[in-house]
Write a protein that binds this ligand. Structure first.
Ligand SMILES: C[S@@+](CC[C@H](N)C(=O)[O-])C[C@H]1O[C@@H](n2cnc3c(N)ncnc32)[C@H](O)[C@@H]1O
Length: 367
C-alpha cells in the first residue's frame, strides 16, 4: 500500500517515523546490534582510508558532507580526529580527552586536521539533529558547531552543487539510501549526489546493504531490533504487533544464525510486562517474499530496502554514467565486516584511482 504513496507523502511519513524512533535508534542500532556496529566500523575504516589518501594526494583542502547524517556518527569521529586542544576551552579539552580514551580511531590526526576543512551534513529529522548536537557538545566539540562542524535540516534529494576551494566528499552511509522513500527516492539520491560533486570533481559515496544479504543478515537484524522499527511482517503471531505495545527481544540474533524464531518480552505503554518470553516464529512464505524483494516491512510505518548489486549498477549507469565510478562489494575489501555491503563511488576526476587499483589488485594475489 505504502509504495503507491507519492514521494512527498512518503517523505512526510518517514520524517515522522525517524523523529519518533531517534532515541531508540541511537541506543539499539547505532550503539547496539553487533553486526550493525561491525558494518559501521567497516564503513568508517573505508572513509578513513579515502580521506587519508586524498589528504596526501590532493593540494586542495577537503570537505566531508554526510547525507542523512542521523545522530552525527561521522561528525563525532572526524570532529575528534581534527580537534586540536589549543582551540578548545579547558572544560572541552577534558571532554575530548575522555571521549578519546581507549579509542584509537578518535585520536588527533595532524594530517587530516590540516586538510579537512569541515564536516557538514544534513538530515530531514529534527530529532536526529538534536541528538547529534547533544552528542557533539557532550564530547567537547560544541565550539566547532556552526564552523568546522555543520548540521542542517534538509532533503537528501536537493543537494546543490558544492562550491568553494575544497574537494567535497559527499557520503551517504549505513544504508540510509534504503530508508530514503523507496526506489524513487534512491534514484533521486544518486542524482542529487551527482549534482553536488559531478561538475566540481568531488567524490560521492553511497554505502549500503545488499539484497543478496537479506537472508543471512537482515532477518535476524530486524527481528532483534523490533523495539525500534516494529515487528517484522514475516514473524507470527502478530497479537501485540501494534503501537500499543513495545516488544523487547531477548538478545541479538547474529548474521547467519539459522533459528527461525525469537523470544520477546511485551510491554504496554506504561512499561508493564504484558507477556514474558513470547515466541515469534518466521512464516516461510513471507520470509521468501522479503528475501526476493529486499523490501523490509514491519507492523509500523517504518520500511527499508536492501537493493541488489545489479540495481546499484543500473543507477550508477543511469545517474552517474557520464563519469568514472567504482562499485565494490564490501566483502572484497573486508570479508568479515563488509560481507553484507556494497559501496558505489562517484569519482569524476579519478582521484581515487591509485587507491582502488591497489585494493582491486590485492584481491588477486599473484604467486
Ligand atoms: C539509517 S539512518 C543512518 C544515520 C547515520 N547516517 C548513521 O550512519 O548513523 C538514516 C537517516 O536518514 C535520514 N533520512 C531518511 N530519509 C531522508 C531524506 N529524504 N532526506 C534527509 N534525510 C533522510 C533519517 O532521518 C535517518 O537519520
Amino acid at each position: 500500500m505504502s509504495s503507491s504513496l507519492p514521494l512527498e507523502a512518503k517523505v512526510e511519513r518517514d520524517r515522522r517515523v525517524w523523529n519518533e524512533c531517534a532515541g531508540t535508534y541511537e541506543e539499539r542500532i547505532v550503539c547496539g546490534h553487533p553486526d550493525v556496529l561491525a558494518y559501521e566500523s567497516f564503513e568508517e575504516d573505508f572513509l578513513d582510508r579515502v580521506l587519508s589518501f586524498l589528504s596526501r594526494e590532493e593540494d586542495r583542502p577537503l570537505g566531508l558532507y554526510d547525507v542523512g547524517c542521523g545522530s552525527g556518527r561521522l561528525h563525532l569521529r572526524y570532529g575528534l580526529k581534527v580537534a586540536s586542544s589549543a582551540a578548545l576551552s579547558e572544560a572541552d579539552v577534558v571532554r575530548v580527552a575522555s571521549e578519546r580514551r581507549g579509542r584509537a580511531a578518535y585520536a588527533y590526526d595532524p594530517v587530516l586536521a590540516a586538510k579537512l576543512e569541515y564536516v557538514g551534513g544534513l538530515d530531514f529529522s529534527s530529532e536526529m539533529l538534536t541528538l547529534a548536537t547533544k552528542k557533539l557538545r557532550d564530547a567537547g566539540l560544541g565550539s566547532l558547531l556552526g564552523g568546522r562542524l555543520r548540521l542542517e535540516r534538509g532533503s537528501a534529494f536537493e543537494l546543490s552543487p558544492m562550491t568553494g576551494a575544497v574537494v567535497p566528499v559527499v557520503a551517504c552511509v549505513c544504508n540510509s539510501i534504503g530508508v530514503m522513500q523507496g526506489p524513487e527516492g534512491a534514484e533521486k539520491l544518486f542524482a542529487s549526489i551527482e549534482r553536488a560533486v559531478g561538475t566540481v570533481g568531488g567524490i560521492g559515496i553511497i554505502s549500503a546493504y545488499r539484497k543478496e544479504a537479506v537472508g543471512s543478515f537482515a532477518l535476524g537484524n530486524y527481528e532483534s531490533t523490533m523495539d525500534v522499527c516494529g515487528q517484522p511482517k514475516w514473524l507470527t503471531p502478530d497479537t501485540y504487533a501494534n503501537a500499543a505495545y513495545r516488544k523487547v527481544p531477548k538478545g541479538y540474533k547474529r548474521a547467519h544464525e539459522s533459528s527461525d524464531s525469537i523470544e520477546v518480552d511485551v510491554f504496554d505503554q506504561e512499561g508493564r510486562l504484558v507477556a514474558g518470553a513470547q515466541r515469534l516464529v518466521r512464516n516461510p512464505d513471507l520470509v521468501r517474499k522479503t528475501t526476493e524483494t529486499g523490501h523490509i516491512e514491519t507492523h509500523s510505518d517504518y520500511e527499508s530496502r536492501w537493493y541488489s548489486f545489479a540495481q546499484f549498477e543500473h543507477w550508477i549507469a543511469s545517474c552517474w554514467g557520464a563519469h568514472k565510478a567504482w562499485h565494490v562489494l564490501g566483502a572484497e575489501l573486508d570479508v568479515m565486516r563488509g560481507e553484507p555491503a556494497q559501496i558505489a563511488i562517484l569519482d569524476p576526476r579519478e582521484r581515487l584511482a591509485g587507491l582502488f587499483h591497489r585494493w582491486l589488485k590485492a584481491r588477486k594475489p599473484t604467486g
